[in-house]
Design a protein around this ligand. Structure first.
Ligand code: ADP
Length: 265
């Protein structure tokens, strides 16, 4: 039951004979398929809000023309759909940027603790609006990691935003930085960041797929919350670029912990 192999056959006439050479195209085919799926997904993700916008424009011109409350409601929905498309395009750009420089290791040494604290401060309005209480425990000392600060803030921000959105409705969220320690997965010293929520948790079979582009556990919920399905794909690529590790631990009914371990600078 293995994967089918695709062979490219080259036919070359050679002094009265025909020479056949076989080239294994399986890997190239898989890349092509991945790209086609990706384009189909992006198109679908953009088509859905565009269709909705088109419908609302027609309604505003017609039935809702003289109905002020309905007009206000429809404009609100249109605003949200537009914001979601903008978010999607921003995420697509982030993804293509990380892919472009994934092989270039970041060069600047950055203190991890202040970077996490600054990201939390930026998210203060989102956190306040959600009613979630976030605690930050920083035992990292002044540990430095070699990082692209903007990208690393995106990693920390995406994990905290997800925990606020999916994991902690009205509850508590613990953000912890451990003291630097040897980590087997890094084969060296590193510093670990944990983002721990006490939300509903994620069923085990979803976990290996969470970092795939457009993979969502609950599509309706993700869309309603303005999600693009790209956040964790971006996180994974950035962590890879930093030669770090992403670990996801979750227990249904108890909560989820996302851990990022980065090698020390
Ligand atoms: P999205 O834009 O949908 O949030 P992500 O790639 O960031 O996309 O996350 C993928 C999916 O993982 C989400 O749709 C959600 O179902 C699930 N998820 C992410 N973080 C958590 C969490 N802390 N608790 C429960 N589910 C989560």
């Amino acid at each position: 039951g293995g994967r089918d192999t695709t062979w490219l056959v080259h036919v070359t006439p050679d002094a009265g004979r025909i020479v056949l050479t076989f080239e294994d195209r399986t890997a190239a085919e898989a890349v092509g398929q991945f790209r086609r799926d990706f384009v189909a997904n992006v198109s679908h993700e953009l088509r859905t809000p565009l269709t909705a916008l088109q419908g609302f424009i027609e309604t505003l011109r017609g039935a809702a023309r003289n109905d002020a409350p309905a007009r206000e409601r429809f404009l609100g929905i249109m605003e949200r759909e537009t914001a979601r498309m903008t978010h999607l395009v921003d995420d697509l750009l982030s993804l293509s940027r990380v892919e472009e420089n994934e092989r270039m290791r970041p060069a600047t040494a950055v203190e991890f603790g202040p970077l996490v604290a600054a990201t939390l401060a930026d998210l203060e309005p989102v956190i306040a609006a959600s009613g979630v209480t976030v605690t930050l425990t920083d035992d990292s000392g002044r540990a430095e990691v070699r990082a692209d600060a903007n990208q690393m803030r995106q990693v920390v921000g995406n994990l905290i935003e997800n925990a606020v959105k999916y994991g902690a409705s009205g509850g508590v969220l613990n953000v912890t930085l451990d003291a630097p320690a040897p980590h087997r997965v890094l084969r060296g010293e590193g510093v670990a960041l944990h983002v721990q929520d006490r939300g509903p948790g994620i069923a085990a079979h979803h976990i290996p797929r969470l970092t795939e582009r457009f993979y969502r556990v609950d599509t309706h919920r993700s869309r309603a919350l303005g999600g693009t399905g790209l956040g964790l794909a971006i996180v994974k690529h950035i962590v890879n670029r930093h030669r770090g590790r992403l670990v996801i631990d979750s227990t249904l009914g108890q909560g989820t912990t996302f851990t990022v371990i980065l090698p020390l600078a």
